[in-house]
Ligand binder design. Structure first.
Ligand code: SF4
Length: 333
C-alpha cells in the first residue's frame, strides 16, 4: 500500500476502563479495545464487524476523538492525532466526522433542518448567514433532500430521510473521513439499500474514506473494501472483502457468515450455530476469548491467546486451529 494513499493509520489502540467493584474489591479493568491496528486508504471503506459489545463502537469513538485512547498511535495523513495540542486536535477533528445509528436521537427535535445543518458552521467557520444557508442547501441537494426541507423539523421526515439529514450534517465541515456507526441498522431493508447507495455515491463524488461499523455482514458485503472482525476488544480476522467473504478462516467469522442470509445458492453456507453469549468483558475467558463458543477449541486455546498472524498476503487471522491446520475449509459451499 503506498503511503501516499494512506489517510488513517492506527497502531495498537487500546481503551481500558477501570470499573469499581465495591469497597473491598480492587477495580476491574475492562479492555473494551485491546491493541487494534489498521490502515485506511483514501476513498476506501474499512468495515468493522462484530456482535454488540465487541468494542467496535468504542473504537469508532476513539477514531473521532470523542474518547481518548488509553494508549496507542493514531495518525491522520502522517500526523499523530494523540500528541497534538488541544486546538490542533479540534481543527483536525472536523476532518473526521461520525454518523450514528439512530438519526432521530441525534437530531434536535426542536430545531429546523437548516439550523441543525448550519450549527457546525456557526461554531467552526466565519461565514455570513447567507453563505451558511447556501452551503446547507448545496449539501442537502447532494444527499437527495429538497430545498423546501430546509424549514422543516426532524419529526416531519421518514427514517431514511432523517439518516440523509444526519449524513448531510456530517458533511457540512468537508470531512475526509466518516465513521458510520451502524448507520442503516434502524432502517427497513429497502431503505437500507438507498442509504448505502447514497453513501457510495458520495464517496465517489467527494473522495471520502469510511470506517463502517456494523454487526450485519450482508450490509458490509455491499459497501466494504476491507473488513476487520472483532471479538471482545481484539481483531480475530482482517483482510480484503474478497478474502473475508470468499476465504474466511476464523471460526467466529465462519459462524457470523453462516448466519447471514445468502440469496445465491452457490454462496450458501453450512449453518454454524454460535453457542452461548458474548462473555462479559469484565471477566473475559483465558486464552482465546472465543474458546467457550468454539467447536475447534482445545487445551492450548484455553491457555494461550492466539496472535494475529498473516495467513496469506494481507489476510490476518488469530486462531491456533488455523495455524495448526486443524480446520478443513470447504469454501466452495
Ligand atoms: Fe477456536 Fe482455538 Fe481458534 Fe480460538 S484459537 S477460535 S478457540 S480454535
Amino acid at each position: 500500500m503506498s503511503s501516499n494513499h494512506l489517510i488513517l493509520d492506527a497502531h495498537e489502540l487500546k481503551q481500558h476502563y477501570h470499573v469499581k467493584q465495591g469497597v473491598f474489591k480492587p477495580d476491574a479493568v475492562v479492555k473494551a479495545v485491546d491493541g487494534i491496528s489498521f490502515k485506511l486508504e483514501k476513498g476506501k471503506t474499512l468495515a468493522i464487524v462484530g456482535e454488540s459489545g465487541c468494542g467496535k463502537s468504542t473504537l469508532g469513538r476513539m477514531l473521532t476523538m470523542i474518547e481518548t485512547p488509553t494508549s496507542g498511535r493514531l495518525e491522520h495523513l502522517g500526523e499523530d492525532l494523540l500528541s497534538l495540542s488541544k486546538s490542533a486536535q479540534a481543527t483536525l477533528r472536523q476532518k473526521i466526522q461520525i454518523i450514528f445509528q439512530n438519526p432521530y436521537g441525534s437530531l434536535n427535535p426542536r430545531k429546523k433542518i437548516g439550523s441543525i445543518l448550519e450549527e457546525p458552521l456557526v461554531i467552526n467557520r466565519q461565514l455570513s448567514k447567507a453563505e451558511r444557508k447556501a452551503k446547507a442547501l448545496s449539501i442537502m441537494a447532494k444527499v437527495g433532500l429538497k430545498a423546501e426541507h430546509y424549514d422543516r423539523y426532524p419529526h416531519m421526515f421518514s427514517g431514511g430521510q432523517r439518516q440523509r439529514i444526519a449524513i448531510a450534517r456530517g458533511l457540512m465541515l468537508d470531512p475526509s473521513i466518516i465513521v458510520a456507526d451502524e448507520p442503516v441498522s434502524a432502517l427497513d431493508v429497502s431503505v437500507q439499500a438507498q442509504v448505502l447507495n447514497l453513501m457510495m455515491d458520495l464517496q465517489t463524488e467527494l473522495g471520502l474514506s469510511y470506517v463502517f461499523i456494523s454487526h450485519d455482514l450482508s450490509v458490509v458485503e455491499h459497501i466494504a473494501d476491507n473488513v476487520m472482525v472483532m471479538y471482545l476488544g481484539k481483531v480475530v480476522e482482517q483482510g480484503s472483502k474478497e478474502e473475508l467473504f470468499n476465504n474466511p478462516k476464523h471460526p467466529y467469522t465462519l459462524a457470523l457468515l453462516s448466519s447471514t442470509p445468502q440469496l445465491s445458492p452457490d454462496k450458501r453456507r453450512q449453518r454454524i450455530k454460535l453457542q452461548g453469549e458474548l462473555p462479559s468483558p469484565l471477566n473475559p475467558p483465558s486464552g482465546c476469548a472465543f474458546h467457550g463458543r468454539c467447536q475447534h477449541a482445545n487445551e492450548r486455546c484455553q491457555q494461550e491467546v492466539p496472535a494475529l498472524r498473516e495467513d496469506q498476503t494481507d489476510h490476518l487471522i488469530a486462531c491456533h486451529a488455523v495455524e495448526e491446520q486443524r480446520i478443513e475449509f470447504s469454501h466452495a459451499v
